[in-house]
Design a binder for this molecule. Structure first.
Ligand SMILES: *Cc1c(COP(=O)(O)O)cnc(C)c1O
Length: 420
């Protein structure tokens, strides 16, 4: 985290005081540190260098084109979950042969686009999807490379909303039914089986559940090999957690070495789909205090960023550290940090011990690089905020702040409603 640091009592991103960036672009805005992004990707990638592997960055964590290009330049592939993310990945310069397409509900047009682009593989989540991909591939005259996303029924011990590898979750094909799905795939003429896949959840703070899932996958691969099905790629998904407050997730090097022990010599190229662990702590959301108020029970700090800009606190009850951009000696108070949206769930922090900041002062909501901007919306007709990338002492606006025109793009008042 040392690319976001106080120098001369001013919180900096790399070589630039955040205050200065705010003066130029206004608030709120997302701010990313180039060197943090590079370091996180490189550390993760190098941790697996002992075996053939491919890091497919999970686009949904943060899908800005500049970030995608940055990871592509470092040799990364991408994991996409929609036609829109595929479009972004290609516009970001991703090598189609390093794109994997996940997602429980792929449409025919999305499948067609991916086939025409020549992606590495589809991570298939149902038998019906196998049939559909086979049909679309036949129409286009291509063979579709597939892996099956297996649901290993493992409790990842994370928030229920981001746990995906349990029987009760909608994701993947039950591991007991997976051999049947593979047999079906092997009989469909326009499919080529090349891999196996799982993704058990997000913000994992233990390696153990991943290893359990991996062992179940290996057993299945061995069984498939006996049936003469060649599995070249073993995709373990993403999910490694980060420190928001006091979580102690394994370091990527520890995570990798535990996995390497299990897969070395197994004869598969390993694919990993990290999202949060790469971008989460490389970004912050900068916001301005608009007002403060109190009643007998509570104090409120009302800031200009709301749940439409960063939904994680209201949606998952997530903790994000909040730092004053200017370091000063101030009284510590207990307050709710809330946004301007007309919802009681619009908060960035509840009952937080925080320095008593006044109107006009800036805050940095830390660890906001993942599932921050990418989950933001226009709710309450709020234009989406700007995104800024800093490299040393240079700043780049990598997404302009939306204007009011953007809010109504595509909307039409039918003729009959217009009085003549
Ligand atoms: C969301 C997702 C990821 C990335 O998860 P992180 O927790 O951000 O690493 C990877 N693979 C799939 C299939 C996903 O849905």
């Amino acid at each position: 985290m040392h690319f976001f640091e106080y120098k001369n009592r001013q919180l900096h991103c790399e070589g630039i005081p955040i205050q200065e960036i705010a003066k130029k672009v206004g608030t709120p805005f997302y701010l990313y540190s180039y060197h943090t992004l590079v370091r996180h990707f490189t550390v993760f990638d190098e941790a697996f260098k002992g075996i053939p592997h491919l890091i497919c960055y999970s686009v949904k964590a943060n899908s800005n084109l500049a970030l995608l290009r940055l990871f592509v330049n470092l040799g990364g592939g991408v994991d996409v979950v929609s036609g829109g993310e595929l479009y972004r990945a290609l516009r970001g310069g991703a090598d189609p042969q390093k794109i994997v397409f996940s997602g429980v509900g792929k449409r025919e047009d999305e499948i067609g686009d991916a086939l025409r682009a020549g992606i590495l593989m589809f991570n298939v989540e149902s038998s019906q999807e196998l049939q559909t991909i086979n049909e679309v591939a036949g129409r286009i005259g291509k063979k579709a490379p597939i892996s099956i996303r297996v649901n290993p029924d493992i409790d990842p011990k994370t928030h229920p909303y981001i746990s995906t590898g349990l029987k009760q979750n909608k994701f993947g094909i039950d591991i007991l039914r997976a051999p049947m799905a593979y047999r079906l795939a092997s009989q469909l003429p326009n499919l080529k089986i090349i891999g196996i896949d799982c993704h058990i959840g997000s913000q994992l703070v233990e390696v153990e559940p991943i290893i359990q899932a991996l062992r179940k996958l290996k057993e299945l691969v061995e069984r498939l090999r006996k049936e003469e099905m060649e599995i070249q790629y073993l995709d373990l998904g993403g999910g490694l957690g980060i420190t928001y407050e006091d979580e102690e997730p394994p370091h990527p090097i520890e995570y990798a070495s535990t996995i390497l022990e299990e897969v070395r010599g197994f004869g598969c190229t390993l694919i990993l789909e990290p999202g949060r662990v790469i971008v989460g702590n490389a970004g912050v959301l900068v916001s301005k205090v608009l007002y403060t108020k109190e009643n007998e029970e509570k104090r409120f700090m009302i800031v200009d960023a709301g749940m439409n800009d960063l939904v994680r606190p209201s949606y998952y009850g997530s903790y994000h550290q909040i730092l004053p951009v200017k370091e000063e000696i101030r009284e510590e108070i207990l307050a709710d940090v809330v946004g301007p949206i007309c919802e009681s769930s619009d908060f960035l922090a509840k009952g937080r011990k925080i320095q008593n900041l006044g109107a006009g002062e800036l805050i940095a909501v830390m660890s906001a690089g993942a599932y921050g901007f990418s989950m933001s919306t226009n709710y309450n007709s709020r234009p989406r905020v700007a995104e800024v990338l800093v490299r040393n002492d240079q700043m780049f606006v990598i997404r302009q702040r939306e204007g009011y025109e953007d809010l109504i793009r595509g909307e039409v008042i039918p003729e009959f409603l217009i009085k003549k």
